[in-house]
Design a protein around this ligand. Structure first.
Ligand code: XMP
Length: 512
């Protein structure tokens, strides 16, 4: 495997993606604990990420000595290049304003990273984003590519197999970047590139059996892909030692509860408790209009209900969660600065401590699309695997203002029509997420010869790669008017439909 040392770049996760796309397993460790991770996972190569700090500042992040002295191949990116240079005896200088955005590098000499890819004299587009730069190479290094602003755009020490670059090969704006990374992990580190999901599945099943033994495990099913895949994998490992709990708080989409219960109880024959907690949720949401208050109430109530059910089941030592890799690493702060909470994303955090349970998180190392591949591997139907993401607080955060049963019912109907039309038009898979939002605003309309005074509905559909940024989806010309007409005709309580064109940023995907 490859160990990626994170110095706090916004795009470190992309390095892990690129390595895995090359068929090699990778893990990210923050620089503070990289030495431990190195000892634990015994990698065959190291990649050092970029980061916001300057090696010239007092107390800036350092490459652990164990890694520098490991004799393993190392690839340093941006801050990683500067840290390597400084710690190995070269010199880094503060840039004058730095270099940001598209740049071109000229290939000046052959290098193992260029195998089958770049030749001397070529020019290639790369993505630069740096303030400081290398001013003097550390002993043993030679420059192999240069750009106008960076004479040491790529440097190499062939004997020690250390390579470093000023630009970011992991982002799509460096078109050949993924191949440079693949060359590093395959040719330089000598890794075969044969890591597959089938292997992961077998390894995880063995690991779960080992971890859990004969104990009982409970798993909160949300109906989403992550918890479903986690439950299936665990069931495959330990069978009926697993019980799933599905909490229905009345904030699910149309038909969702039936689908989940049908699939798990009916199709997979996995023990499942379906908790009807609609009253509890609706009563508690009465009068609550603040988005964060809604989220907190729902998160806490899920935990309460789940805990009560777990007690009834009794004797479970383990709690299963569909935690994904981005959840694991997003929570680390590298700069020590405060990170701003935009929304308190709901999960069952806090539950394990409260219930004195240990965690089983078999998807901790995976990205969302990898979870989908694993889901297919486990036989999860395509319509289920390919479902759009759905937030834990459900419809409640798609009803700005007070959430009531009536409003949930209206939204459920409208949302179902919208999604039905999207599927019928063959657009579902082209969209990251599509949903309706019911606004707490009434406007005047005319239907037949009568005046109406009903709610406004907003439709949203976005494309996105990872949910971090998003663009409004452009529907073909007649699609939205057709959906609007259907919703207004078929859903009592809505007499006006609008479309949300906001990107993220500055908007968020959900409205609350
Ligand atoms: P935002 O609205 O922050 O959403 O742009 C980004 C993605 O996260 C989903 N989302 C959530 N998922 N619990 C979840 O499990 C939550 O509380 C939550 N809030 C937002 C949202 O649907 C989108 O896919």
């Amino acid at each position: 495997s490859i160990l990626i040392v994170d110095f706090g770049s916004q795009v470190t996760q992309l390095i892990a993606r690129r390595v895995r796309e090359a068929g090699v397993y990778s893990e990210i460790a923050p620089f503070q604990s990289a030495a431990d991770a190195y000892a634990r996972i015994r990698p065959k190569g190291i990649i050092l990420s970029g980061g916001p700090a300057s090696v010239l500042d007092e107390g800036s992040p350092r490459i652990p000595d164990a890694i520098l002295q490991s004799g393993l191949p190392i690839m340093g990116i941006c801050y990683g290049q500067q840290a390597l240079t400084q710690q190995l005896g070269g010199r880094v200088e503060k840039g004058m304003g730095g270099e940001f955005g598209e740049a071109f590098v000229a290939v000046d000499a052959p290098c193992a990273l260029f195998d089958g890819l770049w030749a001397e004299g070529d020019r290639h587009q790369v993505w630069m984003s740096h303030g400081d730069h290398v001013a003097e190479l550390a002993p043993g290094f030679r420059p192999v590519a240069s750009s106008r602003g960076a004479p040491f755009a790529i440097i190499a020490d062939d004997d020690r197999r250390i390579y470093a670059m000023q630009f970011h090969p992991e982002v799509v704006h460096t078109p050949d970047g993924a191949k440079l990374i693949a060359n590093f992990v395959r040719h330089v580190c000598g890794l075969a590139g044969d890591w597959t999901m089938a292997e992961f599945r077998a390894a995880k099943i063995a690991e779960i059996r080992e971890q859990v033994g004969t104990s009982k495990v409970i798993c909160g099913l949300s109906g989403g892909v992550d918890s479903s895949v986690a439950a299936l994998l665990i069931h495959e490992a330990i069978g009926d030692q697993l019980t799933c709990v599905f909490v229905d708080g009345g904030i699910l989409r149309a038909g969702e509860a039936e689908q989940v219960v049908g699939l798990f109880r009916g199709y997979y024959n996995i023990p499942l408790v379906h908790v009807q907690a609609q009253d509890l949720f609706m009563d508690g949401l009465a009068g609550v209009t603040d988005p964060e208050a809604k989220r907190k109430f729902i998160g806490k109530t899920f935990i309460d209900v789940f805990e009560a059910e777990a007690k009834k089941i009794g004797g479970a030592d383990f709690l299963a969660q569909g935690t994904l890799y981005p959840d694991v690493i997003e929570s680390v702060s590298f700069t020590g600065g405060p990170s701003v909470t935009i929304k308190s994303h709901h999960n069952v955090g806090g539950l394990p401590e409260r219930m004195n349970m240990k965690l089983v998180e078999p998807l901790r190392e995976l990205f969302k699309d990898e979870v989908r591949v694993l889901g297919r591997e486990l036989g999860l139907p395509d319509v289920f695997v390919g479902r759009h993401p759905f937030p834990g607080p459900g419809l409640a955060i798609r009803i700005p203002g007070e959430v009531t049963r009536e409003r949930c019912d209206i939204l459920r109907k409208a949302d179902a029509i919208y999604l039905e039309e999207i599927r019928a038009a063959g657009l579902y898979d082209a969209i990251w997420q599509a949903f309706a939002v019911l606004l707490p605003v009434r406007t005047v309309g005319v239907m037949g010869d009568a005046r109406t005074y009903d709610y406004v509905l907003a439709l949203r559909a976005v494309t996105s790669v990872d949910g971090m940024t998003a663009q409004a989806f452009s529907f073909p010309g007649d699609f939205l008017p057709r959906v609007a007409t259907r919703i207004i005709n078929e859903v009592k309580g809505v007499n006006r439909v609008t479309y949300d064109y906001t990107s993220k940023p500055p908007g968020t995907i959900e409205w609350e």
